[in-house]
Design a protein. Structure first.
Length: 291
């Protein structure tokens, strides 16, 4: 892949996102897909941990908030499920490989394939081109966007969940492991929306609260007409500024939309919020992107 041009860097700063087609090879994508198949095949889910993943605020608080499983997943490899795939006893209603919504949040640290991709020389070079001096990896996720049931992700800013002071220190790397189309739920962005700060934060709730996390502030009503779709081919990378507004629609197609995504923070002169759900641990301090 060709190195980042000055023009592309300017475009990223102007829009808050940048599409880099064919950043990863088909082989690299396939290695991630086959690795995740192995992980899912070995997946044992304790019934009390069968948390369904949801992006609707109320359900999000219920499902994730009451769940220590989510809150302590920052330094582990854990499983989150689509809605309606488990019965009330926590048994799968459909094949388990079709039921997983995402796997997070430390594949980059504990799985050799995902670790290699996260720290690949071309990713490190991209970080340097973007002027990152001390980037650290804060989290990673494998997202399945299952055919027919892959839920929508409502408009949001990543900094709502990964807050830093000052803002502007979070960068998402979003890798399409299959073609992402309008039919199967590609990302949509509001260009330039990364310059207005954030209006909502997800914070750890005070101890003794009924949920583990809560939202402070509210998401404004975004104008649907402002969003533009960003379909991208397998192997493509989308760089996502921590404050740009983006979403994805329900996957009503018959094909999945697998993605590996990770977030990097410029650690130089930056404070990671103690109120974030995700916290570095003694077992896993945020690893440096540069090796």
């Amino acid at each position: 892949m060709a190195s980042l041009t000055q023009q592309q860097i300017q475009k990223f700063h102007k829009d808050g996102f940048l599409v880099l087609e064919q950043f990863f090879s088909a082989e690299e994508c396939d290695s991630m897909r086959s690795q995740i198949q192995k992980i899912v095949a070995e997946m044992e889910v304790p019934p009390h941990c069968r948390t369904e993943f949801s992006t609707r605020e109320e359900e999000q608080l219920q499902a994730q908030g009451s769940s220590d499983y989510f809150l302590t997943s920052g330094d582990k490899i854990r499983f989150f499920f689509e809605k309606g795939v488990l019965d009330e006893k926590g048994n799968f209603l459909i094949p388990k490989e079709k039921s997983v919504s995402k796997i997070g949040h430390a594949l980059h640290a504990y799985d050799p394939v995902f670790k290699q991709i996260t720290h690949s020389p071309k990713v490190q070079e991209l970080g340097r081109k973007l002027g990152l001096e001390r980037p650290v990896v804060v989290q990673s996720m494998y997202i399945f966007k299952q055919p027919g049931i892959g839920g929508e992700v409502t408009p949001h800013q990543d900094a709502t969940f990964l807050h830093t002071e000052p803002l502007g220190r979070i960068l998402g790397f979003w890798i399409a492991l299959e073609d992402a189309t309008q039919e199967n739920g590609c990302l949509w962005f509001i260009p330039g929306s990364h310059t207005n700060g954030i209006t909502r934060r997800m914070v750890r709730a005070a101890s003794g609260a009924s949920t583990c996390v809560e939202f402070v502030g509210s998401e404004p009503a975004y104008d649907d007409k402002q969003f533009i779709p960003l379909p991208i081919s397998k192997g493509g990378l989308i760089l996502i500024h921590g404050e740009v507004v983006h979403k994805s629609e329900l996957n009503s197609s018959e094909s999945s939309r697998h993605v590996f995504t990770f977030h990097v923070m410029e650690a130089k002169g930056t404070t990671w919020s103690k109120e974030n759900w995700l916290q570095p641990t003694p077992e896993l301090p945020f690893p440096s992107l540069y090796t």
